[in-house]
Design a binder for this molecule. Structure first.
Ligand code: CP
Length: 310
């Protein structure tokens, strides 16, 4: 199997379908390791990487850590809140010092869009974007695509409704860039104040009526309301947001009977999504999390010498 012919994974906007296919197919193969009783292979023995997180994370940070451990790599985890960043060290100095310890890859999350791109230009090791501000979250986009592909067989022609706080969502952007490359019909829905302009140029349909986006949808991907990124109030109240834009059992019925219900997490139950359907039989939210480990195993394998070894 050929490895990825790139040093870094920064986003899905500039990734080809051949590259995405390679990652998703590799993830399908490696998922078996992550779901069996003995979860350890020596594939990346002798390789070392670091997760460097300047924002909170449960799913991304922990699945990147487990993904490398399952493949036999050594991993260290640094969070800005407990590192020398607190003493005034810059992002670049922190990253250069970590690289000087002999890293093969750096997985980073940062509140500023473009931060991983800057590090990628300065470091010799691979840089993997684990979410940069409101820009991209490529591994989330890939795990979402893998989940849809596994459940529906293909992405082409599917109606995918992405609902909620589109404005602040790096998950939405990575999904848009990835899904449109495969011919999915992507709809964005949310309050006008949370809908950025410009996505129509990717062939995406945009509406402030959630019902229009959900009508006949094959996939409903609900996004978290990112109150922490809002400098001013962009809707009247959380209760009103749920009333007009929340995905409820009644609204989900507008989608196809076998539509998938997705959410990248963390969920605000009773705000953007009703608790009942989040735990219902259409929900693939925990399957997304399982696929997240497989996708991150695939990326670590392909970037840190897996292709070379094969
Ligand atoms: N989906 C996602 O990025 O979740 P975390 O913030 O917990 O990593």
């Amino acid at each position: 199997m050929p490895g990825l012919k790139r040093k870094d994974i920064l986003g899905l906007r500039d990734m080809t379908t051949d590259e995405i296919d390679l990652i998703l197919n590799t993830a399908e193969t490696l998922k078996d390791i992550a779901t069996r009783s003995i979860k350890k292979v020596p594939t990346l023995r002798g390789k070392a990487y670091c997760t460097l997180f300047y924002e909170n994370s449960t799913r991304t940070a922990k699945s990147f850590e487990l993904a490398g451990k399952y493949l036999g790599a050594d991993v260290i985890n640094v969070s800005a809140s407990s590192s020398s960043v607190k003493k005034g060290e810059t992002l670049l100095d922190t990253a250069r010092n970590l690289e000087a310890m002999g890293l093969d890859a750096l997985v980073m999350r940062h509140p500023a869009g473009g931060a991983p791109h800057m590090l990628a230009r300065h470091l010799s090791c691979s840089v993997i974007n684990a979410g940069d501000g409101m820009h991209e979250h490529p591994t989330q986009g890939l795990l979402d695509m893998l989940t849809i592909r596994q459940q529906k067989g293909s992405l082409k022609g599917l109606k995918v409704a992405i609902v909620g706080d589109i404005m602040h969502s790096r998950v939405a952007r990575s999904n848009i860039y990835g899904l449109t490359k495969y011919g999915a019909e992507v709809w964005l829905a949310g309050p006008a104040t949370l809908l950025p302009t410009g996505f129509e140029e990717f062939g995406v349909k945009v509406t402030t009526r959630v019902e229009e986006a959900l009508e006949g949808a094959d996939v409903v991907n609900v996004l978290r309301l990112q109150l922490e990124r809002m400098e001013k109030s962009l809707f009247p109240t959380v209760a009103e947001y749920h009333k007009f834009w929340g995905v409820t059992p009644a609204r989900l019925k507008l989608a196809k009977a076998n539509a998938l219900l997705m959410h990248p997490g963390p969920m605000n139950r009773g705000v953007e999504i009703s608790s009942h359907i989040a735990d219902g039989n259409q929900s693939v939210i925990l399957e997304q999390v399982t696929n997240g480990v497989a996708v991150r195993m695939a990326i670590l394998y392909l970037l840190m010498g897996g292709g070379e070894a094969a």
